[in-house]
Design a protein. Sequence first.
Length: 229
Amino acid sequence: MVADKLARKGGDMRQARRGRQALAGLVLVAWCAAASAFSIGLKPTPASYQLGDPFTLDLVVEGLSVDNEILSTYDIDIGFASAYFTYQGASSSGALGPGSFFSDLFIDVLGVGTVNLFEFPDALTTDADLSASQGDPLTLARLTFVGNTVGGPFDFTLFAHSLGGSQVTDPQNPNGPTITAELTASALNPAVVTITERTTNVPEPASWALLALGLLLLTLRVRRPSLNS
């Protein structure tokens, strides 16, 4: 009888211990997932601009510093409705170093516009150089558009072909050359843009009053010589 009780008690303790270990494992997995999560998005969003006015959208990375990650290369598509917007160009922020190669390629197929942004650093740029120049949030590039049709909201979507991280050693070949670690963003956040009609500035009542006073003074000044004569 005593032996049975001890056995049952031991089994309960082992089951409780396994439960605590499983819970600790879940917490560790959740912590690791949160620690390595970063997102890429277009900002500002949502935003509203007048018809025909140029506006800019920034490609922004947030959360790299959580896990001390760096971004060494990127190949990202931005998709939008080219029937409503005209693409005017993009510029790099220099986050991958002053000697980086930057390319923006625009393609329009049946009213769907795609801008491919591709950048990699100079061969002499090290991980330490990139880490020193990259903050959080990190702006990678700035794109300029013009809205040519009133309407919205319209989405500017993202698709990441590849995101390069730190230089690491291949586990299968520890004595070989280093390779670029592949990063995966936890979220690709689109921008939402609305285009409105152009508005004209209507003078305020105070402006009308000043204009009327000016006309009155001008009239009196013109009439004064005629009265003296």
